[in-house]
Design a protein around this ligand. Structure first.
Ligand code: GTP
Ligand code: MG
Length: 194
């Protein structure tokens, strides 16, 4: 499936602000700075649909995007950003939690992990959570351009072990910089999404 149309819909902090279009939804979650916003731009072939920044904690709201006029992509705030206050962290946590619990339209969750790092406790918790709530999960390892093939193979193993993945669970290796992994991810996202 090609993404021919992508437009920003709305930013929300609470459920009453979520768009009410009834379209099937795919959410993108992961640590702050992992590359969520960049990945959405890459998938939609848009350089500036979503704001990207070298400063972690850029995305502080839940951003909804309309895709091909009939699906929604949702860019969630990144978790685990060290430089914010405890209160702020709790606020973000609750925002993400509220969304994941209360969103009927949500069909799939793309969990992003930085290919260079061992998944954190937050990552493991997020993975467990998504499974617990019964959403289909797509695991993506981002920034693959930063590692050699040899290093990628090693990291892949660490991620699999840390999350205790089954053999049949795939990790899609992705680079927004080099536009790698795009077709594979699009296929996983749109498979049986209707
Ligand atoms: N080398 C490389 N850098 C990347 C890639 N994807 C993202 N980045 C960089 O990583 C930084 C964070 O990217 P974002 O897309 O803003 O990350 P995010 O997950 O949306 O971050 P928050 O909004 O803070 O949660 C930026 O400096 C990007 O340019 C990639 O595939 N390769
Ligand atoms: Mg972002």
């Amino acid at each position: 499936m090609m993404i021919k149309q992508a437009e920003f819909l709305i930013s929300a902090v609470k459920p009453s602000q979520y768009p009410d279009l009834g379209f099937n939804e795919v959410a993108f979650v992961g640590r702050s700075n992992v590359g969520k916003s960049s990945l959405i731009n890459t998938l939609t072939n848009r350089r500036k649909l979503v704001k990207v920044s070298g400063t972690p904690g850029k995305t502080r709201l839940i951003n909804f995007f309309l895709i091909n006029g009939k699906y929604c992509f949702v860019d969630l705030p990144g978790y685990g950003y060290a430089k914010v206050s405890k209160v702020e962290k709790q606020k973000w946590g609750k925002m993400i939690e509220d969304y994941l619990i209360k969103r009927d339209n949500l069909k799939k969750v793309v969990l992003l992990l930085d290919i260079r790092h061992k998944p954190t406790q937050d990552d493991i918790q997020m993975y467990e959570w998504i499974k617990y709530y019964g959403y289909e999960i797509i695991i993506v390892a981002t920034k693959k351009d930063k590692l050699s093939n040899n290093q990628i193979a090693k990291s892949d193993k660490v991620i699999r072990q840390t999350l205790k993945l089954d053999k049949d669970e795939k990790i899609i290796h992705f680079s927004s910089l080099k536009k790698q992994g795009k077709e594979e991810l699009l296929e996983a996202i749109f498979k049986n999404l209707d």
